[in-house]
Write a protein that binds this ligand. Structure first.
Ligand code: NIG
Ligand code: FE
Length: 426
């Protein structure tokens, strides 16, 4: 057997992954309740040309002399989507972790000038190349677990040059790595020290200068606000949303993480793509989300790391049929994690989600949270060939293991991702 045939038999393609992927169990929407038992998919020119049951493979493909990739009866899902990250920043906050372990709360630290603002200092000081390198190693870890789409927020600059620097680094990551990056402008993340006591003036800077300029430079796909007692008020958040709406940009919100000050109700009024965190979400908020089609993004890494005790109201979200997404919230203060699979596990153990809900939370529901369900989170003819081959017996294993990475092969845009394993296990 030639080495290229051996690779094909191993389910691994070389570079371009065009051809017929067969002998696979496929969950096209990341929903273990809707699977193709003996599935096949045809990849051509970076896209999925056909997907379905192997016995229905059209003759035009079956008879053609196409490369064949045997998935070894493994599971195939859409590439994973991490829909809420703060991946680009300078330094880390291990020192603050020590303070918290000694008894200080996240809010105490924020109020005494640490927290987000200390990362702002480090991010302002770092140059673009350094930020790129620091974020690269976090991104590489995420990609190795099958992430093919990621959202990256600004928000550790809090001035125009540094917010621009962060967003440029985010775009550059998307050019350099096999991943689609969506950027979110989070200028309203915290009050920069130079605006102490002048939050409204800072919001004016965000709305009248930073957002329009960064948008004109093509750096902004969506706009986020940290609406919280230690963040920005509902009135200030509304000003940011009005500015975003004027530019035709979709909005989302860090809401109801530490308290409920009415953020979600505002977000729903602006048809926000998502509201994220939500430990303090009320049923009235959920009713409003249902009306506006707003997705709930739960962030178990932050819940765990700040040792939150109040759970997001999962049962109410289910009852009102709100799509729930899961994400890492990868950031230096509340969720220094680079494992989306661990978030699946934690969403089950901590939030009592089912493994099926967790998987949809990082595929179809995460795509909805980004407002990109027409492009990601579903394997279908005409869509980008972004998928993962998993070395698992059942999809529940994706939420079951912690620390084991069962990701076998990652195809992104029809090409083998460098993050794929090198085919070591049988
Ligand atoms: O999503 N809540 C605000 N933003 C981040 C935390 C950022 C930080 O502490 O650096 C979050 O939890
Ligand atoms: Fe966040």
């Amino acid at each position: 057997m030639s080495s290229s045939q051996a690779k094909q038999a191993d389910g691994i393609c070389d570079g371009v992954c065009d051809g017929i992927w067969h002998n696979a169990r496929i969950a096209p929407a990341g929903n273990p309740g809707q699977v193709i038992a003996d599935g096949a998919l045809v990849v051509r020119d970076g896209l999925i040309a056909w997907i379905g049951s192997a016995v229905e493979l059209p003759e035009e493909y079956g008879n053609a002399d196409l490369p064949r990739h045997d998935a070894g009866n493994r599971w195939i899902t859409p590439g994973l989507i991490d829909c809420h990250t703060h991946l680009v920043y300078g330094g880390n906050r291990a020192d603050e972790f020590a303070l918290r372990l000694a008894g200080a709360s996240y809010e105490d630290i924020a109020r005494s000038g640490g927290g987000i603002v200390s990362t702002v200092r480090a991010t302002r000081e770092a140059d673009e190349d350094s930020l790129f390198l620091q974020a690269s190693r976090r991104l590489e870890a995420l990609l190795a677990e099958g992430v093919t789409t990621i959202e990256i927020k600004s928000g550790y600059g809090l001035d125009l040059p540094t917010e621009r620097k962060m967003l440029k680094v985010a775009r550059r990551l998307g050019e350099h790595f096999p991943v689609t990056v969506y950027t979110t402008f989070l200028g309203a993340h915290a009050l920069p020290p130079e605006y102490q006591g002048r939050a409204d003036d800072y919001i004016t800077l965000v709305c009248d200068e930073m957002l329009p300029v960064l948008h004109a430079e093509g750096l902004v796909d969506a706009v986020d606000v940290f609406c919280e007692n230690i963040g920005f008020s509902v009135a200030q958040s509304e000003r940011v949303f009005v500015a975003a709406a004027k530019l035709g940009l979709p909005v989302k919100m860090h809401a109801d993480q530490l308290s409920n000050i009415g953020g979600t109700e505002l977000a729903a009024r602006f048809n926000a793509l998502s509201v994220d965190h939500l430990e303090h979400l009320s049923e009235a908020d959920i009713v409003a989300m249902r009306e506006s089609g707003t997705v709930a993004v739960l962030l178990p890494g932050a819940y765990y790391f700040i040792r939150e005790t109040r759970l997001p109201p999962l049962e109410l979200l289910r009852r009102h049929q709100i799509p729930v997404a899961i994400s890492t919230d990868s950031n230096p203060g509340t969720s220094p994690t680079t494992s989306l699979l661990l978030m699946l596990n934690m969403s089950c153990t901590l939030f009592r989600m089912t493994a099926a809900e967790a998987l949809m939370g990082v595929t179809s529901h995460a795509a909805l949270a980004l407002g990109k369900a027409d492009r990601h989170g579903l394997l279908a003819a005409g869509r980008a060939a972004d998928f993962v081959v998993w070395d698992v017996e059942s999809l529940a294993e994706l939420a079951y293991w912690s620390g084991l990475n069962p990701c076998r092969t990652i195809v992104r845009g029809g090409r083998l991702s460098a993050a794929s394993k090198k085919g070591v296990s049988p």
